[in-house]
Design a protein around this ligand. Sequence first.
Ligand code: GLA
Length: 671
Amino acid sequence: MHRLTSKLADPGHRTLAFGGDYNPEQWPESVWHEDVALMKQAGVNLVSVAIFSWALLEPKEGVYEFDWLDRVLDLLHTNGIRVDLANASASPPPWFSAKYPQSLPVTTDGVRLSYGSRQAFCSSSQDYRRVAAALTVAIADRYATHPAVVMWHVHNEYGCHNQPCFCDASAAAFRVWLQRRYTTLDELNEAWGTAFWSQHYYDWDEILPPRMSGAQINPTQQLDFARFSSDELLDCFKAEAQILRARSSLPVTTNFMGYNMGLSQPVDYWRWAAEMDLISNDHYLIAEDPENYQDLAMVADLTRGWADGAPWLLMEHSTSAVNWQPRNIAKIDGELLRNSMQHVARGADGAMFFQWRASKSGGEKFHSAMVPHGGTDTKVWREVCELGRVLHSIGEITDSRVADVEVAILHDTDARWASELDSHPSVDVSNIAETRHWHNAFWRAGITTDFRRSTDDLSSYRLTIAPVQYLMTDAGVANLRGYVEQGGHLVVTYFSGITDVNDHIRPGRYPGAFTDVLGVGIEEFFPLHSGETVALGNFGSGRVWSERGRAGTAETLAAYSEGDLCGAPAVTRNTFGAGLAYYVGTSLDADTLAGFVAAILGRAGVAPVVAGLPAGVETVRRSGDNGSWTFIINHTRDEVEVPVSGVELVSGADVAKSLTVQAGKVAVVRH
Ligand code: GLA
C-alpha cells in the first residue's frame, strides 16, 4: 500500500489535485481543444478518463479501438494535464449483456434487470469477470507507459446499482463463500441459529441467497449475504487491480461512495481500504438537509478513517445541483468553495468533480459540472476558477495530516448492517442517525473526530463514542474493555453490544458485551412512540428510546423523571480500571447532548483547535513535515474574529493576533 496522494498532479511539487471526470467521448473532437484550454485557465491538473468508455473501446468482444483515446491522452499530456485512467469495466456495453444475458443482475424478488443504464452485471458472473479482465489487460498494455497517466481508476463506485445480486450464479458463489467461512454445515447451522423456524440445512446446495420470502428471513443469513456481496465485488476489484499492478507501478484506486451516511453502504470499505494504494471518495450533499455541510464533514472524517489517517483524494463532488434527488437544489454563492475546502481540511489532497463538462444528453444532463451548459460567463465557472486559485495557493499543505484529534467515533460496518435488519424493537433506531447526532454535537463544539473500528488501537484517543454499535465481536469487546482499563473514556449508547458476530443476543442483562465495564444492567427496552420525548429531570430529555435497568457500580448522572420508568437510570458513569465508561440509554435531544458532550470533553481534557468560536465556524488543523495549518470555514451568516496568527494563504496576508473571516468565507493560516 503506497498511500500516496501527493505529487500525483505535479510530481516533484506539493500540489493539490484539481479536476474531475472527463468524458470527451460525449463531444466532437473540436470541443476537446476548447476543453483543455479551459482546463488550463481554471488550473485543472488531473482528470479521470474512460470511466464509462467500454462500449466505444471494445465494439465487439476482443476487438479494441483505442485511437480516439490515444488522441485524448496525447492532447492532455501536451497541455500538462495528468490522467487518472479508468480500466472502463464499470458499464458493460449492450453487446455484452445481449450476448451473455445470464450476466445481468437479479433482484431479491427474482426479476432479472435489463441493460440500458449502467453497471448491469452480476459480480459473480464468470463471463463478466473474464471479459472485464481482458479489457483491463488491453488498456494496461496500451497505456501503462503513457506519460499522461499517473493513476489507475478501477471500475466506478462498486455496488452503486447492481448489488446485491440474487441469481443462481450468486447462490453458487455464496455457498463457496460460506464453506470457507464455516467449513461444516454444523457450524453454519449453529451460526445461523437454524433451530428457529425449522431452517436446518442438510446439504450446502439447499442454501440460497436471502431471496424474497413470506416472512422475516434469517438475520444471520442476511448479514452473511451482505458480507459475501461486498467480498464478491472486492474480488472483481482485486482481479483487475492485479492486472494493472503487474503491468505498471502506478497507484491503483477505486472511488468509494461514502457519499452520504444516510444512504445504504453496499460494501465494507474498512476491508476494501487495505487493497487500495490510495483512498478516494465521492461525496454529494443531500440538498434539502439544512446542515448538509456537517454530513459532509462526517463523511470526510470517515474517509480519513478508511485511509488510516493518511491523505486521501476527493474523487467526485458537485459544483452545484445533482440530478438524482427529488429536488435538486443549486449551491448558493461560495458554497462550492466551502464544500471543497471542508474536504481538504479533513484530509483530502485535492478536490475533483463529477464532471468536467455538463452533458447535453443522457440521464445526467441536468447534473452540474465544472463547465455548465451556460458556458464560462456563469457563477459556477467563476467559482470553479476561484477554487483552482485557492487550491494552488495552499499547495504546501499536500501530504500533511489532520492533527490533534483526540476523540474517536466507532463505526463497524457489521454493526451498521446488522442494526438495519428487520424485526428490531423500533424502526426509529438507526446506527447512522445516532452516529451523525454525536458527530454533529462534536462538530458544533469545534472538535474534530476520527472514525475507527471497535478493534482498532484507540490508545491515542482520550474519548471514544460507541453509537448504536449493536453488533460487537468478542475482539471488539476485549479491545474496548482494555481501552477503558488503560484510562480511556468510553461512551456506549443504547442498543450497543447487544449481539455477537453472528447477530445472536449476548446473554444476561443488556448490553451483554458491556455490563461490567459500564456497571449497569438493562432488563427491558421501552422504545418511545414516534415523536415522543422522555424527560430526564434537570439533565434534559431523550427521544427514540428508553429502558428499564439498574445501575450497579455506576453512578447515575440522569434518571427518567416521568412515566413508568421514573427513577430508572438513563445516563450513567462507571469507573473501570484507570478509565471511565459512560452509558447513555436514550437518544439525547440536541441541546441535552451538547451539554453532555461539553461535560465529557471537559472531564477528558479535550479542547477545540480554536476555542470560543460560534457553532458553524469549522476549524480543523493539518500538520506535516513543512508546517502546520488551521483551516477556518465560516458557514454562518456573520463575520467572525478568529484568534490565530501566521500567514493566511488564500489572501497571502500576515495575521498578527486574530483574523476576521467574513460570512461564508474560508481561510487557511500557516503557523
Ligand atoms: C456518482 C458516479 C458518477 C455520477 C455521479 C452523479 O458519483 O460515480 O458517475 O453518476 O454519481 O452524482
